[in-house]
Design a protein around this ligand. Sequence first.
Ligand code: FES
Length: 73
Amino acid sequence: MGEGSGSSVLCFYVNGQKIEDSAPDPKMTLLTYLRDKLRLTGSKLGCGEGGCGACTVMVSRYSDDTDTVKYPF
Ligand code: FES
C-alpha cells in the first residue's frame, strides 16, 4: 500500500532494529509501546506531565546519502 492508501502499518527503527506493526494501537504512547511491546524498559513513567524527563527517548534520522545519523532529525 502506498501513501494515502489507508495503510496502518507502523514502521520505525529502535536501536537499529526494524519494527513493523500491522495493528498498532493509536492510543498507545511511545513509552508504553517501548516498555510493554518491545520490553525496552530504560525509559520510565515518572511524573506523566512532561516535567521530570524520565520518559525521554532520543529520536534521530538515518541519512542514506551521507551514511550518518542526525540528532535531532
Ligand atoms: S514521565 Fe515524562 S516527563 Fe515525567
